[in-house]
Ligand binder design. Structure first.
Ligand code: SAH
Ligand code: TMP
Ligand code: ZN
Length: 405
């Protein structure tokens, strides 16, 4: 049943049994590894694309949640620019003491800039480990899930917010009705709710099927966000396409009738309507492309193994859990995955049980090939690892299709 409107969700792809994408395993964790059915569908009543089954939130977001937003120079820059933009827009001209709440602030990658600028702020972040990192960055954090009761507490303690922001978080939250009711309780009458998440149009255009995993519950379009906003008395007044994480859209949402929507909103919604993005049929080529990519990637890796080539992975991303488990890729095809996140070192990748090593392991000695699981950070990583390529090493990419660089 649709998490937005209660309509029927039509399944269009089933990845089968999958582990939690960010559950890196220590020696004692293997016997009780958790799996669920990863399948995705669309509700044609409200056009929202969503997972068929949801995982309990405390299984995914807890003190040991390993994803650190500040792990990429490119994303640090993106969020610093975002914070500076907010200082000039949503946070300016709103009296002497504007207040911003960020849902899912992670390690404070965005709020730290506003904290330094002396802006009153609050991050709401349920994962205790990353919330502590945010505090170390001078950010005020409430270790909690944002939802309706949390919003009521915050407004009672601190008053209304001029801006509520979330990046790569609203799409993680199946209880989106409670989020909107919370925003309604907390947001000042003329305040804005701004959030950015991977865009379904880009996922289909680039066959980035690995964006589909336990934590990514919703795959938004302008029209599906309009549908959920309208149910709560809000409307989308601006959209902006962002070049991060393979293509995202930033939605600006206000109470209905408080601002005139920009032309960009209708333009993108019209494009979506023209390409049938709200219907099951839109996913037919996507499903065929996913199966083709699996076949080509597995064939390539098996061929390289047969030739005795050394192949590793780069970036123990949540996305890579979908790729390795759906394709049946284990340590016999990819001997280890290197990643800069200390919390992942010495652990095994979820489901595939491929070992994770520090970034320096790449050069020890250089392998013949490295599968770039962190393809969204390709420019940054290829620049950093230029010596690997100069030594004859080659990158294997699998989006938008399998190719070697
Ligand atoms: N904003 C950061 C983090 C994205 S990861 C970035 O763009 O890089 C998603 C984050 O949302 C995680 O840190 C997770 O702990 C948090 N999260 C999950 N459910 C949440 C909820 N209900 N309220 C607030 N944060 C939540
Ligand atoms: P993401 O694609 O979800 O942002 O995750 C990126 C992962 O890749 C994260 O685990 C950190 C890792 N990474 C590196 O190991 N080295 C790098 O240079 C970058 C940018 C990321
Ligand atoms: Zn629906």
């Amino acid at each position: 049943m649709c998490r937005v409107c209660g309509g029927t969700v039509h399944q269009f792809f089933d990845f089968g049994r999958q582990p939690l994408s960010d559950m890196f395993l220590g020696p004692g964790d293997l016997e009780h590894e958790f799996f669920f059915r990863l399948a995705v569908g669309i509700c044609e009543s409200c056009t929202m694309t969503q997972l068929m089954d949801e995982v309990a939130r405390d299984r995914m977001f807890h003190d040991a949640y390993p994803y650190h937003s500040s792990g990429s120079v490119h994303m640090r820059r993106h969020f610093e620019q975002t914070a500076n933009r907010f200082l000039d827009t949503h946070l300016s001209g709103r009296g002497p003491d504007p207040f911003i709440v960020e849902i899912g602030c992670n390690d404070g990658v965005m709020l730290r800039t506003l904290g330094k600028a002396g802006v009153r702020h609050l991050g709401v972040e349920p994962s205790g480990g990353v919330a502590d990192l945010a505090r170390a960055n001078g950010v005020r954090v409430r270790t909690d899930f944002f939802e309706e009761p949390t919003a009521a507490d915050i407004v009672a303690e601190e008053g209304t917010a001029d801006l509520i922001y979330a990046a790569n978080t609203i799409c993680h939250i199946p209880y989106i009705g409670s989020i909107f009711r919370g925003v309604d309780a907390l947001l000042a009458p003329d305040g804005a709710f701004v959030f950015e998440d991977p865009y379904l149009g880009d996922i289909l255009d680039r066959t980035t099927f690995d964006q589909i995993y336990d934590e990514h519950f919703f795959f938004f379009t302008v029209r599906s966000v309009q549908a959920v906003a309208a149910r709560h008395g809000f409307e989308v007044v601006d959209v902006e396409r962002l070049p991060v994480h393979g293509g995202e859209v930033r939605y600006t949402i206000t109470r209905r009738g408080t601002r005139t929507p920009t032309a960009a909103v209708a333009e993108l919604a019209d494009l979506e309507r023209a390409r049938g993005l709200g219907t099951r049929e839109a996913f037919d080529p996507f499903a065929a492309d996913i199966e083709r990519i699996r076949h080509e990637l597995v064939t390539l890796l098996r061929g390289l193994a047969a030739e005795g080539k050394r192949v590793v992975g780069y970036g123990a991303t949540a996305k890579s859990a979908t790729v390795t488990n759906y394709c049946g890729i284990g340590p016999e095809l990819i001997s280890f995955v290197c990643d800069a996140t200390p919390a992942k070192h010495g652990k095994l990748m979820p489901g595939s049980h491929i070992p994770v090593r520090p970034g320096e392991a790449l050069a020890d000695p250089y392998p013949d090939y490295a599968v770039l699981f962190a393809w969204n950070h390709a420019e940054e990583i290829m620049a950093k690892e230029r010596a690997f390529h100069e030594a004859g090493g080659r990158w294997i990419l699998y989006v938008p299709e399998v190719h070697i660089v």
